[in-house]
Design a protein around this ligand. Structure first.
Ligand SMILES: [Zn+2]
Length: 81
C-alpha cells in the first residue's frame, strides 16, 4: 500500500554521509528505547512493521526522509485493529 512511488528518485543525498541510517524510538508497548537501523535505499517514505527488541511486539514504523537526509520516524502500535 505505498502511495507515491514516483517521487523516490528525486535528489536524495545518498552517499553524502548525511543520511541518517539509524534512529532511536520509544516502544509504544513497553516504553523501552530501541535503536533501529534504517535503510535509506528503500525510499524517502517507508512504512513497515518491526518488532520491539525488548518485548517483541510489532510496531508500525513510518519513516520519512527529509531533503537534508534527516529521518523523521514515527512508531505506533500495530495490534489496534
Ligand atoms: Zn517493547
Amino acid at each position: 500500500m505505498s502511495e507515491h512511488d514516483d517521487e523516490l528518485d528525486e535528489e536524495f543525498p545518498l552517499g553524502n554521509g548525511t543520511v541518517e541510517t539509524e534512529a532511536t524510538v520509544l516502544c509504544p508497548y513497553c516504553g523501552e528505547i530501541n535503536e533501529i537501523a534504517l535503510d535509506p535505499g528503500s525510499g524517502r517514505q517507508q512504512e513497515y512493521v518491526e518488532d520491539c527488541q525488548v518485548c517483541c511486539r510489532p510496531w508500525r514504523l513510518v519513516v520519512t526522509y527529509l531533503p537534508d537526509g534527516t529521518a523523521d520516524v514515527s512508531v505506533e502500535a500495530d495490534d489496534l485493529r
